[in-house]
Design a binder for this molecule. Structure first.
Ligand code: GDP
Ligand code: MG
Length: 601
């Protein structure tokens, strides 16, 4: 296909605003999928995506379209729709998907208005000079208020309210006009067809049968089947076993030229060898310079993952290995905890990433897991100048420190104006610094804050939702590190540290954290034959203390000597209970107590 007839676009939308439904209509109208094969959310392949209604991995589909005006190329176009993950945790993947497009459809629910994540992605698209086509969706809903939101969007995009398209992905109203507009308003890709090939990887997924399938957008030159190709960041060479387009199933072909979007298969088995953002070129006669924008996706949040049943450890390792084939951003290493046994320290892009991985482990590999409270990465500079990266609070160094830094994010919150006070109060208590505020309309406000990431990873989002009756939305992006007055709080049982409960917290919150956990454990740990002190400490300084009083534990006492079989049953029951006990020093703690203490919150 000549580049002039190609239109590469993505759909920027908040979760639930109807991206998958609109994509379904487009697949139908372009006759890429016929009525018989059609099912809802055709492109959302992973079970978890369909159930939770989120798109985790991006996809690309090629669709032919003939415009009714017939202008330009006789009206015959090839559209490549590149799906973008909508969530902040995957912002790196979002920006790679945007870089593969010349235009973006900004899709907004006509009953809801724009949300913070959409806003962030819109700004990203505008920075990338993408043509923006503003669209209000769900106009069939009785609660739709397109006039009001057209005004809001026009203000953001810099167009007239009348230029905002009005569609319904559900009924199909306006979708043909939208497809025409994509052909007419989005520029054709530009590239040098005679240069050595350069193609950008915007996604790569692991397939059990085919190995890694790499999605690319060709910028210059041609990528040919059977050629030897090179990944420019690693200089790794592979043979191009197959090249083709997705429409909507893979169709192999001979080559991909300038502006085309498609897939490659090289037989590699691990997505880390085919990284999002990398440039593919020919091994013989390679391009001189890689395309801009390759950065490693770095974990922002760490958590310990432990099997509740210790004998599942090996299964957990295998399951993590398997997921890593598909997720270059997932990192893990073995870890042991006195309280929880053998497990793994796992690095995630953010909280949603953590939740998704955990759920996939439990669901696809049938594992029962417990995760420790998530923490961010701290950089500690010791008195002697040594620098230590701490990804696990229990590894926080003991000696004198000169400085500790923590990651900071720029957060954008959209809220109805009634809740501005409540949102600001929340951000202030989370050590936030206000950066700015804009009214999108008299009723809706964009508030910008600089906040420590650690303050967001706990329950910030839940708090935000509950303080705004669910109306506020949040987005954030990393903005470097900042020094902070942080301390490690340990929890001690009879003088022994319980590693799973060590936490790095701001000095002002240390006391509160210590009291809360000591109190919680007191309720959960059964009484022992002796008194057990529970203490919270910063270094050797005790900041909170509770006591579990001693008990003489005689389960047979209440049987009055009579019923032998009942006695035996009780003894067996007690033995069974013991199996799941963990010893912290001489204190026996049921694993359930640790699990419950970690679960609450
Ligand atoms: P996504 O999260 O952006 O992919 O959104 P979905 O396409 O999964 O849609 C979210 C919900 O909105 C689903 O229940 C859809 O049935 C519904 N929906 C999507 N488009 C429309 C529309 O145009 N009109 C109405 N009434 N509902 C819609
Ligand atoms: Mg979707």
């Amino acid at each position: 296909t000549p580049a002039d007839a190609i239109r590469n676009f993505c759909i920027i939308a908040h979760i639930d605003h109807g991206k998958s439904t609109l994509a379904d209509r487009m697949l139908q109208l372009t006759e890429v999928v016929d009525k018989r094969q059609m099912r809802d959310q055709y492109l959302d392949r992973m079970d978890i995506e369909r159930e939770r209604g989120i798109t985790v991995k991006s996809q690309a589909v090629r669709m032919p379209w003939k415009t009714r005006s017939g202008e330009g190329e006789g009206g015959d176009f090839v559209l490549n729709m590149i799906d973008t993950p909508g969530h902040v945790d995957f912002s790196y993947e979002v920006s790679r998907s945007l870089a593969a497009c010349e235009g973006a459809v900004l899709l907004v629910d006509a009953a809801q208005g724009i949300e913070a994540q959409t806003l962030a992605n819109l700004y990203l698209a505008m920075e990338n000079d993408l043509a923006i086509i503003p669209v209000l969706n769900k106009i069939d809903l009785p609660s739709a208020d397109p006039d009001r939101y057209a005004e809001e969007i026009a203000g953001l995009v810099g167009c007239e309210p009348e230029e905002v398209f009005r569609v319904s992905g559900k009924t199909g109203v306006g979708v043909e006009e939208l497809l025409d507009a994509i052909c007419e308003q989005i520029p054709a890709p530009v590239g040098d067809p005679d240069a050595p090939p350069r193609a950008m990887i915007f996604d790569s997924v692991y397939d059990t049968y085919r190995g890694v399938i790499t999605y690319v957008r060709v910028v210059d030159g041609r990528l040919q089947a059977r050629a030897r190709i090179e990944m420019m960041s690693t200089r790794a060479e592979h043979e191009l076993l197959e090249i083709g387009v997705i429409s909507p199933e893979p169709k192999s072909g001979k080559a991909l030229g300038v502006g085309e979007v498609g897939y490659l298969i090289t037989g590699v088995k691990d997505v880390r060898q085919s990284k999002v953002g990398d440039t593919v070129t020919n091994a013989r006669g390679p391009a001189e310079e890689a395309l801009p924008g390759y950065t490693e996706a770095k974990p922002m949040v760490y958590s310990g993952l432990y099997p509740i049943d210790g004998s599942d450890y090996q299964n957990l390792r295998e399951a993590l290995d398997k997921l890593q084939l598909n997720d270059a951003a997932l990192q893990f290493e073995p870890e042991t905890s006195a309280a929880l046994g053998f497990g793994f320290r796992v690095g995630f892009l953010g909280l949603l990433h953590l939740e998704i991985i955990r759920e996939r482990l439990e669901r696809e590999s049938n594992l029962d897991l417990i995760s420790t409270a998530p923490n961010v990465v701290y950089d500690v500079t010791m008195e002697d100048g040594e620098e230590i990266e701490v990804t696990n609070p229990s590894e926080f160094p003991e000696g004198k420190t000169r400085a500790i830094t923590e990651p900071i994010v720029n957060a954008t919150i959209l809220t109805p104006s009634d809740y501005v006070g409540a949102v600001m109060e929340l951000c202030q208590t989370r050590r936030g610094t206000m950066k700015g505020m804009d009214y999108l309309s008299p009723e809706r406000v964009e508030i910008r804050y600089s906040l420590p990431l650690a303050e967001i990873v706990f329950d910030f989002f839940d708090q935000l939702k509950s303080r705004t009756k669910g109306y506020a939305s949040l987005d954030y992006e990393p903005s470097g590190d900042q020094e902070a007055d942080l301390v490690k709080v340990d929890i001690l049982l009879q003088g022994e540290r319980v590693d799973a409960f060590s936490a790095i917290v701001h000095r002002d919150q240390a006391y509160h954290y210590g009291v809360k956990l000591a109190g919680r454990l007191k309720k959960l740990i059964p009484r022992q034959q002796f008194e057990v002190p529970i203490q919270a400490a910063i270094g050797s300084r005790i900041i909170a203390r509770e006591n579990i009083r001693a008990i003489r534990k005689d389960v047979l006492a209440k049987c009055y000597g009579g019923d032998i079989s009942r006695k035996r049953k009780l003894l067996e029951k007690q033995k069974e209970g013991k199996k799941r006990m963990k010893n912290v020093g001489s204190v026996e703690v049921p694993q359930e107590a640790f699990i419950a203490a970690l679960r609450t919150d």
